[in-house]
Design a binder for this molecule. Structure first.
Ligand code: IMP
Ligand code: MG
Length: 184
């Protein structure tokens, strides 16, 4: 049976809400410290998965020199397997020139998405691009990314919650759980 025809359910919780809150606070304080000299910082937030994280991060940083732009980038279209393709829909050419960019994503998995977006931002003339993710999957990454800020490591399973979806559902869960697929 194909994955998409199977019934899904929320499995084991692998990261709790409290762990996430702690990680967001830690990243917010590192970011604030590192950018204390900057006049303005542009968060490039990869939709849709990173929105939940970016909202919490911005609330925690609580400083109006940080502004966010939202960019659609996707490498998973359906099911639980990467299609290997990254689609970027980013009208950022004029916005990023000469600016300090903090690229925010939900999870560092293969690294293809982050790699593609970093290249794009640099080619548009960003002054500096730093990368920030809340989760890192414990896998051999296809593209090596130097993460400037990272929160929590997570096992190599398909996970849902805190922005991460399965067929556009479960992003609202305040914790991270493993997705379970069953035949009925
Ligand atoms: P990449 O493979 O590092 O390019 O990851 C790209 C995107 O795939 C991430 O930003 C997530 O939106 C999505 N993704 C990766 N792993 C998972 C997962 O376990 N659950 C849900 N989405 C995922
Ligand atoms: Mg994503």
């Amino acid at each position: 049976m194909a994955d998409k025809d199977k019934k899904e359910r929320i499995g084991r919780i692998v990261i709790t809400k409290e762990q996430i809150e702690g990680a967001v606070k830690a990243i917010a304080s590192e970011v604030s410290n590192d950018y204390r000299q900057a006049d303005d910082v542009l968060l490039v937030v990869l939709m849709k998965g990173a929105k939940v994280f970016a909202d919490d991060l911005l609330r925690e940083i609580d400083d109006k020199k940080y502004v966010a732009e939202y960019v659609k980038a996707s490498s998973y279209y359906d099911g639980t397997k990467s299609t290997g393709k990254v689609k970027i829909d980013a009208p950022l050419e004029d916005i990023v020139v000469g600016r300090d960019i903090l690229l925010v994503d939900d999870i560092y998995d293969t690294g293809r998405t982050l790699g593609a977006v970093i290249d794009l931002l640099k080619s548009f003339g960003a002054r500096d691009v730093k990368t920030c993710v809340i989760f890192t999957k414990e896998v051999e990454h296809t593209v090596d990314i130097k993460l400037d800020y990272s929160g929590l490591d997570v096992e190599d399973s398909f996970i849902i919650g805190y922005g991460l979806d399965y067929q556009q559902r479960y992003r609202e869960l305040p914790y991270i759980a493993v997705l379970e697929l069953c035949d009925e």
